[in-house]
Design a protein around this ligand. Structure first.
Ligand SMILES: [Zn+2]
Ligand SMILES: [Zn+2]
Length: 333
């Protein structure tokens, strides 16, 4: 399904034979191509696992990208695409991560206007690495631990809301998986005045919450107040809104190993909510009528909150449609 916006009424798409994103001088692939190539490798993994229908779906993802672009080269905005919406598809995951990042920025920004003396802290919560077949139960431990941590009296007293995102990385050398939570916590101003929780206490609370005495680390960092204004909130948002698994992390040089990693992650994360808002942030998300990024429609994955505009923001020129199709390893339009 290809979706378009108001810009599609403007004009016939132009066709110049241009290769999308071949402008970078440092030899790096531009992201569209990189995500497309990764998605093809994930599709191959599904094929090796005998999941042909899913493989076909992921392989076709983003084979057609439609942009509205400034004739003077100022901007290029996605207005249409055939996204597959599969959970492990790199192309779709990159769009979901953008959407989640936007939601985190908007909700935390809103929360800070309501409670200006609040502060933000980052927490990274981990459980020990596990073999692939135990990824599901490790994720259960992690989520259960988080709920208990959130109910810990000292935490409950100062934490007003949060965003948490699951990330799973694969360790090639050891062949095991590392599930962990990136949490951005919205704490009341009192936290840094008289209800401070130091690192050792966080470790102790987390150890108890996750019921694992072998836990020796919790990464906790304050987001500096001066970082919060304007674009600086974007940095904090980007840090927590990385999508659960990246193609780069799943894809191995041996396709059979990639298939094994994909199989474990697919099974281990099935039915799990990978990104979640809580407390005040969840309330704000509802008030702003934001959908869950994980069930985002194609339309939402395309626009990622952009207002459809027919004019270039820089020079006010009318935007032109430009369609790029995946052809022999490149996007050509
Ligand atoms: Zn996709
Ligand atoms: Zn322009």
């Amino acid at each position: 399904m290809v979706a378009g916006t108001t810009v599609s009424r403007l004009a016939r798409p132009k066709s110049t034979g241009e290769v999308l994103g071949d402008r970078r001088k440092n030899g790096k692939l531009r992201s569209w191509k990189r995500y497309k190539v990764e998605s093809l490798q994930i599709a191959e993994a599904y094929r090796l696992l005998g999941e042909d229908a899913r493989a076909n779906c992921v392989a076709d993802c983003g084979s057609r990208l439609e942009f509205a672009e400034c004739p003077n080269g100022h901007q290029r905005k996605l207005i249409g695409a055939n996204f597959c919406r599969s959970r492990l598809c790199s192309m779709c995951a990159s769009r979901r991560a953008l959407l989640i990042g936007l939601q985190v920025r908007r909700t935390f920004h809103d929360a800070l206007t309501r409670i200006p003396d609040a502060r933000l802290i980052f927490l990274t919560l981990t459980v020990p690495n596990v073999r692939g077949e135990h990824l599901g139960s490790a994720t259960t431990d992690l989520y259960g631990g988080f709920q208990r941590l959130w109910r810990t009296a000292a935490v409950k007293g100062i934490a007003l809301g949060y965003f948490r995102g699951l990330e799973v990385t694969y360790n090639r050398t050891r062949g095991d998986f590392h599930p962990h939570l990136h949490v951005l916590v919205f704490v009341s101003g009192e936290y840094f005045r008289d209800r401070y929780i130091n690192r050792q206490q966080w470790i102790e609370y987390w150890r108890r919450a996750v019921k694992n005495p072998s836990i020796t680390q919790v990464d906790v960092r304050a987001v500096k107040p001066k970082m919060i204004g304007g674009d600086r909130l974007a940095g904090a948002a980007a840090e927590v809104s990385k999508y659960a698994v990246t193609g780069k992390n799943m894809i191995q040089s041996d396709p059979a190993e990639t298939a094994l990693v994909v199989a474990h992650i697919h099974a281990g994360l099935r039915g799990r909510r990978l990104a979640q808002f809580g407390g005040l942030l969840s309330k704000i998300k509802k008030e702003l009528k934001m959908t869950d990024a994980e069930s985002a429609s194609s339309r939402e994955l395309i626009s990622v909150g952009d207002d459809p505009s027919c004019r270039c923001l820089t020079c006010n020129a009318h935007l032109e449609r430009h369609v790029f199709c995946w052809l022999n390893g490149d996007y050509v339009g």
